[in-house]
Design a protein around this ligand. Sequence first.
Ligand code: PEP
Ligand code: MN
Length: 340
Amino acid sequence: MIIIMNPAARPESIKAVEDAIRSLGLRPFLNPGVERKVIAVLGEMGLRKADLVERFSIMPDVDRVELISELWKLASRTYHPEDSVIDVCGVKIGGPEVVVMAGPCSVESEEQTIGVARAVKAAGAKMLRGGAFKPRTSPYSFQGLGEEGLRILARAREETGLPIVTEVMDPHEVDLVEQYADVLQIGARNMQNYSLLKRVGSSGRAVLLKRGMGSKVKDLLMSAEYILSEGNHSVILCERGITTFEDSTRNTTDINAIPVLKNWTHLPVVLDPSHSTGDWKLVPAVARAGVASGADGLMIEVHNDPQHALSDGMQSLHPDRFAELMESLRAVASAVGRSI
Ligand code: PEP
Ligand code: MN
Protein backbone atom coordinates (compact mmCIF):
# COMPACT_ATOMS: atom_id res chain seq x y z
CA MET A 1 0.00 0.00 0.00
CA ILE A 2 1.25 3.50 -0.75
CA ILE A 3 -0.04 6.78 0.64
CA ILE A 4 0.40 9.66 -1.79
CA MET A 5 0.52 13.00 -0.02
CA ASN A 6 -0.61 16.32 -1.48
CA PRO A 7 2.22 18.19 -3.23
CA ALA A 8 2.30 20.78 -0.43
CA ALA A 9 1.84 18.33 2.45
CA ARG A 10 3.00 19.76 5.78
CA PRO A 11 5.73 17.90 7.73
CA GLU A 12 3.33 17.40 10.66
CA SER A 13 0.83 15.65 8.38
CA ILE A 14 3.56 13.34 7.08
CA LYS A 15 4.61 12.58 10.63
CA ALA A 16 1.01 11.90 11.66
CA VAL A 17 0.65 9.36 8.85
CA GLU A 18 3.95 7.69 9.79
CA ASP A 19 2.88 7.51 13.46
CA ALA A 20 -0.49 6.02 12.51
CA ILE A 21 1.25 3.34 10.44
CA ARG A 22 3.57 2.44 13.31
CA SER A 23 0.70 2.34 15.81
CA LEU A 24 -0.86 -0.40 13.67
CA GLY A 25 2.29 -2.55 13.92
CA LEU A 26 3.34 -1.69 10.34
CA ARG A 27 6.40 0.11 8.95
CA PRO A 28 6.29 3.46 7.13
CA PHE A 29 8.84 4.02 4.39
CA LEU A 30 9.19 7.48 2.92
CA ASN A 31 10.07 7.67 -0.77
CA PRO A 32 13.30 9.68 -1.00
CA GLY A 33 12.17 11.16 -4.36
CA VAL A 34 11.44 14.86 -4.26
CA GLU A 35 8.76 14.98 -6.96
CA ARG A 36 5.97 13.85 -4.63
CA LYS A 37 5.94 12.53 -1.07
CA VAL A 38 4.88 8.92 -1.09
CA ILE A 39 4.81 6.78 2.03
CA ALA A 40 4.90 3.01 1.58
CA VAL A 41 3.22 0.89 4.25
CA LEU A 42 5.22 -2.30 4.79
CA GLY A 43 4.15 -5.40 6.71
CA GLU A 44 1.46 -8.03 6.89
CA MET A 45 -1.97 -6.37 6.45
CA GLY A 46 -4.17 -9.37 5.74
CA LEU A 47 -7.89 -8.67 5.92
CA ARG A 48 -7.37 -5.18 7.40
CA LYS A 49 -6.36 -3.80 4.00
CA ALA A 50 -9.68 -2.23 2.95
CA ASP A 51 -10.17 -0.63 6.39
CA LEU A 52 -6.67 0.77 6.32
CA VAL A 53 -7.18 2.35 2.87
CA GLU A 54 -10.23 4.17 4.23
CA ARG A 55 -8.50 5.18 7.45
CA PHE A 56 -5.41 6.68 5.76
CA SER A 57 -7.44 8.32 2.94
CA ILE A 58 -9.14 10.74 5.34
CA MET A 59 -6.00 11.91 7.12
CA PRO A 60 -4.90 15.55 6.59
CA ASP A 61 -2.86 16.28 3.44
CA VAL A 62 -3.36 12.76 2.04
CA ASP A 63 -4.17 12.90 -1.68
CA ARG A 64 -4.95 9.20 -2.19
CA VAL A 65 -4.09 5.68 -1.14
CA GLU A 66 -3.18 3.00 -3.69
CA LEU A 67 -2.53 -0.70 -3.41
CA ILE A 68 0.65 -2.05 -5.01
CA SER A 69 -0.23 -5.34 -6.62
CA GLU A 70 3.40 -6.42 -7.11
CA LEU A 71 5.10 -8.40 -4.35
CA TRP A 72 8.11 -6.10 -4.60
CA LYS A 73 6.90 -2.79 -3.26
CA LEU A 74 9.84 -0.42 -2.89
CA ALA A 75 11.42 -1.74 -6.10
CA SER A 76 8.23 -1.21 -8.12
CA ARG A 77 7.52 1.52 -10.64
CA THR A 78 4.13 2.02 -9.01
CA TYR A 79 5.84 3.23 -5.84
CA HIS A 80 8.61 5.14 -7.62
CA PRO A 81 7.64 6.01 -11.24
CA GLU A 82 10.85 7.92 -12.08
CA ASP A 83 14.07 6.05 -12.92
CA SER A 84 16.40 5.87 -9.93
CA VAL A 85 19.77 7.38 -10.73
CA ILE A 86 22.49 6.08 -8.42
CA ASP A 87 25.50 8.26 -7.84
CA VAL A 88 28.73 6.38 -7.13
CA CYS A 89 31.53 8.90 -6.53
CA GLY A 90 30.09 11.13 -9.27
CA VAL A 91 29.40 8.29 -11.75
CA LYS A 92 25.65 8.25 -12.38
CA ILE A 93 24.02 4.89 -13.14
CA GLY A 94 20.46 4.92 -14.45
CA GLY A 95 20.69 8.26 -16.27
CA PRO A 96 21.26 8.96 -19.98
CA GLU A 97 24.81 7.62 -19.95
CA VAL A 98 25.47 3.87 -20.22
CA VAL A 99 28.09 3.12 -17.57
CA VAL A 100 30.72 0.51 -18.38
CA MET A 101 32.36 -1.30 -15.45
CA ALA A 102 35.36 -3.32 -16.53
CA GLY A 103 38.33 -5.16 -15.08
CA PRO A 104 39.64 -8.61 -14.26
CA CYS A 105 37.51 -11.40 -12.86
CA SER A 106 39.99 -11.75 -9.97
CA VAL A 107 42.53 -9.34 -8.57
CA GLU A 108 45.75 -11.29 -9.07
CA SER A 109 48.50 -8.73 -8.47
CA GLU A 110 49.03 -4.98 -8.23
CA GLU A 111 50.73 -4.85 -11.61
CA GLN A 112 47.91 -6.73 -13.34
CA THR A 113 45.09 -4.77 -11.68
CA ILE A 114 46.58 -1.31 -12.16
CA GLY A 115 47.59 -2.14 -15.73
CA VAL A 116 44.06 -3.26 -16.61
CA ALA A 117 42.52 -0.33 -14.71
CA ARG A 118 44.56 2.17 -16.74
CA ALA A 119 43.67 0.44 -20.00
CA VAL A 120 39.93 0.25 -19.37
CA LYS A 121 39.86 3.86 -18.19
CA ALA A 122 41.65 5.00 -21.36
CA ALA A 123 39.01 3.15 -23.40
CA GLY A 124 36.15 4.89 -21.54
CA ALA A 125 35.17 2.58 -18.66
CA LYS A 126 33.80 4.52 -15.68
CA MET A 127 34.24 1.89 -12.95
CA LEU A 128 36.74 -0.85 -12.13
CA ARG A 129 35.56 -4.35 -11.33
CA GLY A 130 37.68 -7.05 -9.71
CA GLY A 131 37.11 -9.85 -7.22
CA ALA A 132 39.14 -10.25 -4.03
CA PHE A 133 36.77 -12.81 -2.47
CA LYS A 134 35.90 -15.33 -5.19
CA PRO A 135 32.97 -17.75 -5.20
CA ARG A 136 34.57 -20.71 -7.03
CA THR A 137 32.82 -23.91 -7.98
CA SER A 138 35.80 -25.95 -6.78
CA PRO A 139 37.42 -25.42 -3.36
CA TYR A 140 40.77 -26.18 -5.06
CA SER A 141 40.48 -23.23 -7.49
CA PHE A 142 42.00 -19.81 -6.74
CA GLN A 143 39.87 -18.26 -3.99
CA GLY A 144 41.03 -14.65 -4.36
CA LEU A 145 43.60 -12.55 -2.50
CA GLY A 146 41.17 -11.45 0.23
CA GLU A 147 42.08 -8.20 2.00
CA GLU A 148 45.32 -7.85 0.02
CA GLY A 149 43.13 -7.84 -3.11
CA LEU A 150 41.01 -5.05 -1.64
CA ARG A 151 44.15 -3.00 -0.91
CA ILE A 152 45.28 -3.46 -4.51
CA LEU A 153 41.88 -2.27 -5.75
CA ALA A 154 42.15 0.81 -3.54
CA ARG A 155 45.57 1.55 -5.07
CA ALA A 156 44.13 1.16 -8.55
CA ARG A 157 41.41 3.66 -7.60
CA GLU A 158 44.05 6.10 -6.35
CA GLU A 159 45.93 5.76 -9.65
CA THR A 160 42.96 6.06 -11.98
CA GLY A 161 40.11 7.66 -10.02
CA LEU A 162 37.82 4.78 -11.05
CA PRO A 163 35.34 3.73 -8.35
CA ILE A 164 35.55 0.05 -7.40
CA VAL A 165 32.95 -2.73 -7.66
CA THR A 166 33.92 -5.86 -5.75
CA GLU A 167 32.13 -8.92 -4.41
CA VAL A 168 31.31 -9.65 -0.80
CA MET A 169 30.27 -13.22 -0.04
CA ASP A 170 29.66 -13.31 3.70
CA PRO A 171 27.70 -11.00 6.02
CA HIS A 172 30.67 -11.03 8.43
CA GLU A 173 32.97 -9.69 5.71
CA VAL A 174 30.83 -6.67 4.84
CA ASP A 175 32.53 -4.50 7.52
CA LEU A 176 35.87 -5.15 5.83
CA VAL A 177 34.82 -4.93 2.18
CA GLU A 178 32.83 -1.72 2.61
CA GLN A 179 35.99 0.03 3.84
CA TYR A 180 37.46 -0.39 0.36
CA ALA A 181 34.59 -0.85 -2.09
CA ASP A 182 32.44 1.85 -3.65
CA VAL A 183 29.90 -0.74 -4.80
CA LEU A 184 29.33 -4.06 -3.03
CA GLN A 185 28.68 -6.86 -5.50
CA ILE A 186 26.36 -9.68 -4.48
CA GLY A 187 27.19 -12.62 -6.72
CA ALA A 188 24.72 -14.85 -8.53
CA ARG A 189 25.31 -17.66 -6.03
CA ASN A 190 24.35 -15.40 -3.15
CA MET A 191 21.29 -13.70 -4.64
CA GLN A 192 19.08 -15.43 -2.09
CA ASN A 193 21.46 -15.26 0.88
CA TYR A 194 19.00 -13.26 2.95
CA SER A 195 21.37 -12.55 5.87
CA LEU A 196 23.84 -11.06 3.39
CA LEU A 197 21.10 -9.04 1.67
CA LYS A 198 19.91 -7.62 4.99
CA ARG A 199 23.45 -6.74 6.02
CA VAL A 200 24.22 -4.84 2.81
CA GLY A 201 20.81 -3.21 3.17
CA SER A 202 22.20 -1.33 6.15
CA SER A 203 25.44 -0.39 4.38
CA GLY A 204 26.13 3.12 3.15
CA ARG A 205 27.58 1.65 -0.06
CA ALA A 206 25.67 1.03 -3.28
CA VAL A 207 24.95 -2.62 -4.05
CA LEU A 208 25.18 -4.41 -7.41
CA LEU A 209 22.88 -7.42 -7.13
CA LYS A 210 23.42 -10.20 -9.66
CA ARG A 211 20.61 -12.47 -10.76
CA GLY A 212 21.02 -16.08 -9.65
CA MET A 213 21.57 -18.49 -12.54
CA GLY A 214 18.43 -20.40 -11.54
CA SER A 215 16.32 -17.44 -10.45
CA LYS A 216 13.39 -15.69 -12.05
CA VAL A 217 13.34 -11.96 -12.66
CA LYS A 218 10.65 -11.80 -9.96
CA ASP A 219 12.99 -13.48 -7.46
CA LEU A 220 15.70 -10.96 -8.31
CA LEU A 221 13.28 -8.15 -7.48
CA MET A 222 12.30 -9.81 -4.20
CA SER A 223 15.99 -9.99 -3.28
CA ALA A 224 16.39 -6.30 -4.17
CA GLU A 225 13.40 -5.64 -1.90
CA TYR A 226 15.33 -7.13 1.05
CA ILE A 227 18.08 -4.55 0.53
CA LEU A 228 15.71 -1.62 -0.07
CA SER A 229 13.54 -2.44 2.93
CA GLU A 230 16.58 -2.18 5.21
CA GLY A 231 16.99 1.41 4.05
CA ASN A 232 19.61 1.18 1.30
CA HIS A 233 18.11 2.81 -1.82
CA SER A 234 21.21 2.37 -3.97
CA VAL A 235 20.59 -0.96 -5.65
CA ILE A 236 21.78 -1.80 -9.18
CA LEU A 237 20.43 -4.99 -10.77
CA CYS A 238 22.59 -7.20 -12.97
CA GLU A 239 21.53 -9.80 -15.54
CA ARG A 240 24.43 -12.26 -15.89
CA GLY A 241 22.86 -15.17 -17.74
CA ILE A 242 20.78 -18.09 -16.55
CA THR A 243 21.09 -21.86 -16.72
CA THR A 244 18.99 -23.37 -19.50
CA PHE A 245 19.11 -26.60 -21.52
CA GLU A 246 21.24 -24.77 -24.10
CA ASP A 247 24.89 -25.75 -23.73
CA SER A 248 26.53 -23.82 -26.57
CA THR A 249 27.36 -21.06 -24.09
CA ARG A 250 28.26 -21.07 -20.38
CA ASN A 251 24.90 -19.46 -19.53
CA THR A 252 22.03 -18.11 -21.63
CA THR A 253 21.77 -14.33 -21.80
CA ASP A 254 18.19 -13.48 -20.89
CA ILE A 255 18.04 -10.32 -22.97
CA ASN A 256 14.28 -10.13 -22.29
CA ALA A 257 15.08 -9.51 -18.64
CA ILE A 258 16.37 -6.03 -19.48
CA PRO A 259 13.13 -4.54 -20.88
CA VAL A 260 11.07 -6.57 -18.39
CA LEU A 261 13.03 -5.10 -15.49
CA LYS A 262 12.91 -1.59 -16.96
CA ASN A 263 9.10 -1.89 -17.03
CA TRP A 264 8.70 -3.31 -13.55
CA THR A 265 11.28 -1.40 -11.56
CA HIS A 266 12.87 2.02 -11.28
CA LEU A 267 16.25 0.51 -10.36
CA PRO A 268 19.12 0.66 -12.88
CA VAL A 269 19.82 -2.52 -14.85
CA VAL A 270 23.27 -3.70 -15.93
CA LEU A 271 24.17 -6.59 -18.26
CA ASP A 272 27.23 -8.79 -17.71
CA PRO A 273 27.91 -10.39 -21.13
CA SER A 274 31.14 -12.00 -19.87
CA HIS A 275 29.43 -14.42 -17.47
CA SER A 276 26.30 -14.70 -19.60
CA THR A 277 28.27 -16.08 -22.57
CA GLY A 278 31.46 -17.43 -21.01
CA ASP A 279 33.33 -16.77 -24.28
CA TRP A 280 35.26 -13.58 -25.08
CA LYS A 281 34.44 -13.96 -28.79
CA LEU A 282 30.72 -13.61 -28.03
CA VAL A 283 31.04 -10.78 -25.53
CA PRO A 284 31.03 -7.85 -28.03
CA ALA A 285 27.83 -8.90 -29.84
CA VAL A 286 25.95 -9.57 -26.62
CA ALA A 287 27.23 -6.35 -25.02
CA ARG A 288 25.86 -4.40 -28.00
CA ALA A 289 22.54 -6.24 -27.68
CA GLY A 290 22.42 -5.19 -24.03
CA VAL A 291 22.86 -1.52 -24.85
CA ALA A 292 20.32 -1.78 -27.68
CA SER A 293 17.77 -3.33 -25.33
CA GLY A 294 18.01 -0.57 -22.74
CA ALA A 295 20.68 -1.62 -20.23
CA ASP A 296 21.94 1.25 -18.06
CA GLY A 297 25.36 -0.30 -17.83
CA LEU A 298 27.64 -3.20 -18.71
CA MET A 299 29.99 -5.23 -16.56
CA ILE A 300 32.80 -6.68 -18.68
CA GLU A 301 35.80 -8.83 -17.73
CA VAL A 302 39.13 -7.63 -19.13
CA HIS A 303 42.53 -9.26 -18.56
CA ASN A 304 46.01 -8.29 -19.77
CA ASP A 305 46.88 -11.98 -20.36
CA PRO A 306 43.60 -13.92 -20.60
CA GLN A 307 45.30 -17.26 -21.31
CA HIS A 308 47.00 -17.20 -17.93
CA ALA A 309 44.18 -15.62 -15.90
CA LEU A 310 43.55 -17.30 -12.53
CA SER A 311 39.78 -17.23 -13.20
CA ASP A 312 37.47 -16.74 -16.18
CA GLY A 313 40.25 -16.22 -18.75
CA MET A 314 38.10 -17.75 -21.52
CA GLN A 315 35.56 -14.96 -21.23
CA SER A 316 37.99 -12.10 -20.61
CA LEU A 317 38.73 -9.57 -23.32
CA HIS A 318 42.26 -8.35 -23.98
CA PRO A 319 42.43 -4.56 -23.40
CA ASP A 320 42.88 -3.92 -27.14
CA ARG A 321 39.70 -5.78 -27.97
CA PHE A 322 37.91 -4.03 -25.13
CA ALA A 323 38.88 -0.66 -26.64
CA GLU A 324 37.48 -1.77 -30.02
CA LEU A 325 34.28 -2.90 -28.35
CA MET A 326 33.87 0.49 -26.63
CA GLU A 327 33.97 2.19 -30.04
CA SER A 328 31.16 0.04 -31.40
CA LEU A 329 29.14 0.43 -28.20
CA ARG A 330 29.20 4.19 -28.66
CA ALA A 331 27.50 3.83 -32.03
CA VAL A 332 24.79 1.56 -30.58
CA ALA A 333 24.27 3.86 -27.60
CA SER A 334 23.77 6.89 -29.82
CA ALA A 335 21.28 4.93 -31.97
CA VAL A 336 19.10 4.41 -28.88
CA GLY A 337 19.47 7.95 -27.56
CA ARG A 338 22.16 7.20 -24.95
CA SER A 339 25.84 7.97 -24.64
CA ILE A 340 28.91 6.09 -23.41
C1 PEP B 1 32.10 -12.33 -11.07
O1 PEP B 1 31.57 -11.23 -11.31
O2 PEP B 1 33.31 -12.57 -11.25
C2 PEP B 1 31.22 -13.45 -10.66
C3 PEP B 1 31.66 -14.45 -9.92
O3 PEP B 1 29.97 -13.32 -11.15
P1 PEP B 1 28.64 -14.23 -10.94
O4 PEP B 1 28.28 -14.09 -9.50
O5 PEP B 1 27.66 -13.56 -11.87
O6 PEP B 1 28.97 -15.63 -11.35
MN1 MN C 1 34.29 -13.87 -13.25
